[in-house]
Design a protein around this ligand. Sequence first.
Ligand code: 2U9
Length: 345
Amino acid sequence: MQEQLQQLKQEAISKIESASTVKELQDVRVAYLGKKGPITDLLKGMGKLPAEERPKMGALVNVIREEVTSVLDERLVVLEDFAIQQQLKNESIDVTLPGRPVKTGNHHPLTRVVEEIEDLFISMGYEIAEGPEVEKDYYNFEALNLPKGHPARDMQDSFYISEDILLRTHTSPVQARTMEAKGGEPIRIICPGKVYRRDNDDATHSHQFTQIEGLVIGENIRMSDLKGTLSVFAKKMFGDDREIRLRPSFFPFTEPSVEMDISCFKCGGSGCNVCKKTGWIEILGAGMVHPNVLEMAGYDSKRLSGFAFGMGPERIAMLKYGVEDIRHFYTNDVRFVSQFHRTEV
Ligand code: 2U9
């Protein structure tokens, strides 16, 4: 029995030393010290021993059990520490490694230009007004001094849905609706949105494009207010050293009408491919609101006056970002759109 015990102890200790994981060690503990283990069996077999030998044998078994248990516990500390080192090694993050780039989306370049212009006019006390893209002929044309049969209507070739319903050709109907709703009260709004013209798409024309128009109506609103407003817009949008130039023009809904040029932000005015060697870049059209338009919307054109302007954000985005073809804005090619990450621009 004694050498059996010694042999058992050696066997258990060699198993303990060859255990390479905490799990294996727990299995050895259960195998040797567990209820169904050989040491327990030995204790159960004590009954067969002569009575005088039992205490000595019992003490020996307990000594063996303690020895095996202490070797086990020492080994457990080693294996648990080794497991933690392994885990640390496997889970250690080399913080010097560059992070995995998180591909983030970004705003469409058009959205950015529109929002930039909106923020600019909001900072000048304007409100944003929007309206239906499927519009009544009255608000898209008549209310804007373009009665039925007026030749200028053809200039804005339209997608008619029915006799007097069409896809709006400009955002001006939003201003007409707002004037009608305001019943003669002062107005300071900008109207961004999509517009539609029956046009063959090419590098500078699209059947669907965006516009931002603005309208200010009140007492004693003058051309100089328009010029001042456009000058602030040009400097904030294209750089403080921009000059503006107003050239006479014609729009049925404004009189007088102008077109505004800015000094080229690429060459500063000396002439380049962006400004086609003129030094000036046309940005928008504007004018004093035509008295007919005021009267039709219920505004007393004797007491009140106003100015309005209109621009194409695509054109501004193409100038600002050097985009050659307007169709890029609509084909949603990720290679094109993903170039406009906030950080770069
Ligand atoms: C009302 C009164 C006046 C809006 C105006 C322009 C001049 C203009 C063009 C810009 C680029 C059209 O898309 S574009 O080619 N627009 O030049 N728009 S004044 O005048 C209004 C509008 C509404 C009630």
